[in-house]
Write a protein that binds this ligand. Structure first.
Ligand code: C2E
Ligand code: MG
Ligand code: MG
Ligand code: MG
Length: 282
């Protein structure tokens, strides 16, 4: 028994794992200070009307610029931020910054641009989410109909969160709700009829091979038809090439987003992109 114990504790502290947990702790410690050190930044990626390419808004995507670690993508630190609860203050900052920026761009362009903001389940569980949203909207004076909150099926699967009351409140305020990464979440489709969603985002994994794979083409077509029957708008994510856009248009997809139009870019670059895009479409 003593031998077993020794073996398992040896495993637990193997140099490799030790380095992993050391690295994790290092990232966590730095992430705690990222907000106050102003190391977080929002990038913006345009969302366009599929048939015309005309911009309708943008998705805000967070980046972390750490002097030591470099630019860290959200896939690397959002899960950690969720586990530690840091996603709550970070999420508040994202919401506030994104609403402020889009309000500014609405004023400079005179266009009704929508801002899409990703929200983690943990932000809903916290209890203060509705209050935060109300406060941000009143501070930034953004009309609620131009705020779209992106949630994933993970949130609906999490039974510890009282989602329907929160969704109802947000919907009554006129805020838009969208389902991100649709088709990747293993959840039953029944939720689509019981929640007030406005938009469904087809996950980029389906869009990527829509030309080469007849299965992906069938899924994308079916998702668009289903969404429209339920009164939802559809955004295709991860559009990289003209043929993909062509396919989506042929099947009446409403909106598109992806490298084909623009990568996510810093606010200043997005501002330039906007100016140019408006000129080109004038
Ligand atoms: P998401 O919300 O599904 O965002 C779309 C992701 O696809 C982004 O990755 C974007 O850069 C990428 N993308 C856009 N167009 C293309 C394309 O044409 N091809 C390919 N291959 N990829 C494309 P990103 O920025 O690394 O974000 C990853 C995920 O991190 C997001 O996925 C979202 O779940 C999460 N995230 C980002 N910002 C936030 C945030 O502020 N709060 C929360 N809670 N999560 C966030
Ligand atoms: Mg998203
Ligand atoms: Mg609604
Ligand atoms: Mg997505």
């Amino acid at each position: 028994q003593a031998k077993d114990k020794g073996k398992s504790s040896f495993q637990r502290f193997s140099p490799e794992m030790n380095q992993d947990s050391h690295e994790r702790l290092q990232i966590e410690t730095r992430l705690r200070r990222a907000l106050e050190l102003e190391e977080l930044e929002l990038y913006y990626q345009p969302i366009v009307q599929a048939s015309t390419g005309k911009i309708i808004g943008a998705e805000a995507l967070i980046r972390w610029n750490n002097p030591t670690l470099g630019i860290i993508s959200p896939d690397k630190f959002i899960p950690l931020a969720e586990e530690t609860g840091l996603i709550v203050p970070i999420g508040d900052w994202v919401l506030n910054t994104a609403c402020k920026d889009i309000k500014h761009w609405q004023q400079t362009t005179g266009m009704n641009l929508t801002i899409a903001v990703n929200v983690s389940p943990r932000q809903f569980r916290d209890g203060g989410f509705i209050e935060t949203v109300n406060q941000v909207l009143s501070e930034t004076q953004l009309d609620p109909q131009f705020l779209e909150l992106e949630i994933t099926e993970r949130l609906i699967l999490d039974k510890s969160i009282e989602t329907s009351g929160i969704f109802k409140h947000l919907d009554e305020k006129g805020i838009k709700l969208s389902i991100d990464d649709f088709g990747t979440g293993y959840s039953a489709l029944g939720y689509l009829k019981s929640y007030p969603f406005d938009t469904l985002k087809i996950d980029k994994s389906f869009v990527q091979d829509v030309i080469e794979s007849s299965e992906d083409a069938a899924l994308v077509t079916a998702i668009i038809t289903m969404a429209h029957s339920l009164g939802l708008k559809v955004i295709a994510e991860g559009v990289e090439e003209a043929p993909q856009l062509g396919f989506l248009n042929q099947h009446n997809c409403d909106y598109a987003q992806g490298y084909f139009f623009s990568r996510p870019v810093p606010a200043e670059d997005f501002n330039n992109w906007l100016t140019k895009n408006i000129q080109d479409n004038a």
